[in-house]
Each structure stands twice: as structure tokens, then as C-alpha cells.
Design a protein around this ligand. Structure first.
Ligand SMILES: CC(=O)[C@@H](O)[C@H](O)COP(=O)(O)O
Ligand SMILES: NCC(=O)COP(=O)(O)O
Length: 237
């Protein structure tokens, strides 16, 4: 069964718009868990435009499901993750000014850098996932640097889905098969939605986890958070 980790970045975006604590990020995270989410994902960015570093410290002791911290491994991020020791860290090669994540790692060019980072997190007992495009060479590079899992960057799938979903999913199926052959765990995320999630989950073999934020929180505006989480879980059943 594929597990659903709810990304709560957008809850922090709304909260930050007014400077107070409405909505209460910790309460929303605990409610997501109560409503059936099997994990909580956050992606602190250097400008703290949504998740703040303090949010990560506040969430860590109270969450009861898998805590997944995503981000670009700069010094501050590394220090934060090693202090919190979440179940999983997902390393993402974001430029500091990126609007959102827009590419996976070049696992061959950045092999030495990744290997050192992965070793340091694994030494603390943190499972490591690295964000990669659906490219078998990048999956093989991920295996070579010692990661536990990969997270496939699904934006190209989401973009291609409305026109030709079979063509859109094909590289992801190949990348997933290669990951399994190599013994890597498999996550996926970015722009997954109620429209495209079921097909992805049916076609891509052996998904361990999806992390979903933007579409899920947007759907919740119309459908309510509890109902929305149930609908996403139904797509994964
Ligand atoms: C790693 C990834 O795929 C991102 O989707 C992410 O975690 C979302 O980041 P933003 O909420 O900042 O767009
Ligand atoms: N890792 C992807 C994630 O956490 C959420 O991405 P999105 O659903 O906000 O695009």
C-alpha cells in the first residue's frame, strides 16, 4: 500500500500572510494525522516563506506519524535535520530563489557531495531519500551514492497527464522498475492530485509513499480537510 504524507507548506503560507498563528500549523498537522495521513512533510526554504525552522522544532515532538523534512541541504538545513532526527530527510537541489522545486539531482555530477550528506544523515539513523527525475541513469547514480530511497519528481507526469497519460507515466514506470532492481525504496511527489494520482499509483510499481501538498490543500478549501484526505487515501487504496 502506498502511504500518503501530507505536505503542509501551504498551511504555513496562509498563516504567514497575517503574522499571527491562524491557521495553527501544529494543530493542522495533528488533524491531518487524525484524518488518516500516514506522514507529514515540510519543506523549509532559506527565506522561511512558508515553513519556518521553528515550525520544524515545534512539530517534531508531537507528530506520531512519519515526519519527512525536505529541502536543499545547506548548512542550516543539515543542522536542523540532525537536531530533529526525523524518520526521513528528502534532499532536493533547489536554487534559493526557486518558486518551487523544479528538477531532481544530477546524481552523477554531484555524487561526492551526495555521498557525504547521505552518510552524515544515515549515521544519525535518519532514512534518506533523494529527489530525482524519472531517468534510469539518475536512479543508478542514486544507488551508487548510498541513498535508502528516491523520490521521483512528478511534475512532468502531472503536466503530461491530460494529453497522454500513458506517455506521461512511461518514464516513471521504467525508473521505478530500475529502482526496484537496485533495491531502492520509492517515493514520489510534486503536483500529484485527485485527477492524476490513481493512475500513477496503479501504473508505477511498488510505490512506498507519495507526498502531496498544493493540490490537496487547494481541494480542502472546497471539500474540507478530513474529507479531502479520505479522498486521496481512496485513490491510493
Ligand atoms: C520537493 C518537492 O517536490 C516540492 O514540491 C515541495 O516540497 C513543495 O515545495 P513548495 O511548497 O515550496 O512549492
Ligand atoms: N515532495 C513533494 C511534496 O511534498 C508536495 O508537492 P506538491 O504536492 O505541493 O506539488
Amino acid at each position: 500500500m502506498t502511504r500518503l504524507s501530507v505536505n503542509i507548506n501551504k498551511i504555513a503560507t496562509i498563516r504567514n500572510a497575517r503574522g499571527g498563528n491562524n491557521p495553527d500549523l501544529v494543530k493542522v498537522a495533528l488533524d491531518c494525522e487524525r484524518f488518516g495521513a500516514q506522514g507529514i512533510t515540510v519543506h523549509p526554504r532559506p527565506d522561511e516563506r512558508h515553513i519556518r525552522y521553528q515550525d520544524v522544532l515545534d512539530l517534531s515532538p508531537v507528530l506520531t506519524t512519519e515526519f519527512n523534512i525536505e529541502g536543499n541541504p545547506d548548512d542550516r538545513f543539515i543542522e536542523l535535520v540532525k537536531r530533529v532526527k526525523p524518520a526521513q530527510v528528502t534532499l532536493v537541489p533547489d536554487a534559493p530563489d526557486a518558486i518551487t522545486s523544479n528538477a531532481g539531482w544530477d546524481t552523477i555530477r554531484h555524487a561526492d557531495h551526495l555521498r557525504k550528506l547521505i552518510d552524515t544523515f544515515k549515521a544519525d539513523g535518519i532514512r534518506v531519500s533523494i529527489f530525482v527525475d524519472a531517468d534510469e541513469r539518475m536512479v543508478e547514480g542514486a544507488k551508487a551514492v548510498g541513498t535508502d530511497r528516491i523520490e521521483l519528481y512528478t511534475e512532468p507526469y502531472a503536466t503530461g497527464y491530460p494529453d497522454d497519460r500513458d506517455a506521461a507515466v512511461a518514464p516513471f514506470v521504467r525508473a521505478a522498475q530500475r529502482a526496484h532492481e537496485l533495491g531502492l525504496g520509492l517515493n514520489a511527489g510534486h503536483d500529484l492530485s485527485l485527477e492524476n494520482l490513481r493512475f500513477f499509483n496503479e501504473q508505477v510499481p511498488g510505490l512506498d509513499e507519495v507526498s502531496i501538498g498544493h493540490a490537496l490543500i487547494s481541494d480542502a478549501l472546497y471539500l474540507g480537510l478530513e474529507n479531502t484526505i479520505q479522498l486521496y487515501l481512496r485513490e491510493l487504496a
